[in-house]
Design a protein around this ligand. Structure first.
Ligand code: CA
Length: 227
């Protein structure tokens, strides 16, 4: 699974151009056309990074950024602010509001992609590294291999994506619907029960030959990796 970028931009052409290029470089994307929509989408699924236009209808980019920073769950999400304003004072104001980086329109897409990668690397090295490790589990994204201790774990593609999602944020509890969104994305005909089935398979594969359960079931809340 790739880092998830939310593009918040009301200019449709620019949003589409960014989406195309970000996807080409292996990132997952979604577009919000305004501040209100962005906040709803972020509440539903936290992006790994947000590209946020300053000038938006209804709620401005600055205000969106301020609200994100004031909320515990969204405080740490990296934000790159886009703006047509090149004024130094605006730049300072953008950064003061809590944007991680700031880019002035018109910009080259290549430049923006480089900034996105840089911010991602800084904010969450696990996102851009090929190997994820948690306790005795090591997942290699490039080689598509998983080992627990020294035992190779054979996983189907869905179980692999599930485990990768868990290992990105090892301490976190994911609800079924969050897992559904993250792992199955836009596939429509997937039921909540499907999540249980695949978590069950993942658990079985990880636990084979071990006494300790690699996955925690939190009643009425969801699943997490065990510590
Ligand atoms: Ca705009």
């Amino acid at each position: 699974m790739n880092p998830y970028v939310l593009i918040v931009e009301d200019e449709a052409d620019l949003a589409t151009l960014l989406e195309y290029n970000l996807r080409q470089s292996g990132l997952e994307t979604a577009i919000a056309r305004g501040g209100e929509e962005a906040l709803l989408m972020i509440a539903e699924r936290a992006p790994d990074i947000i590209i946020l236009d300053w000038m938006l209808p209804e709620i401005s980019g600055i205000e969106v950024c301020r609200r994100l920073r004031a909320t515990k769950a969204t405080k740490a999400i990296p934000v790159i602010m886009l703006t047509a304003r090149g004024d130094e004072r605006d730049r300072v104001r953008g950064l003061e509001t809590g944007a991680d980086d700031y880019i002035t329109k018109p910009f080259s897409v290549k430049e923006l992609l480089a900034r996105v990668q840089a911010v991602l690397r800084r904010s969450n090295p696990a996102l851009t590294s090929d190997q994820l490790t948690h306790c005795d589990i090591v997942l290699d994204r490039k080689a598509h291999k998983v080992v627990r201790g020294t035992t190779p774990v054979h996983l189907g593609p869905t179980e692999f994506r599930l485990l990768e999602h868990f290992m990105r944020q090892p301490g976190r509890v994911f609800s079924r619907s969050q897992l559904l969104d993250a792992v199955w994305g836009n596939e429509v005909d997937v039921e909540m029960r499907t999540v249980d089935v695949h978590v069950g398979r993942l658990r079985k594969a990880l636990n084979a030959g071990f006494d300790t359960d690699a996955i925690r079931t939190i009643r009425a809340a969801g699943y997490a990796l065990a510590d």
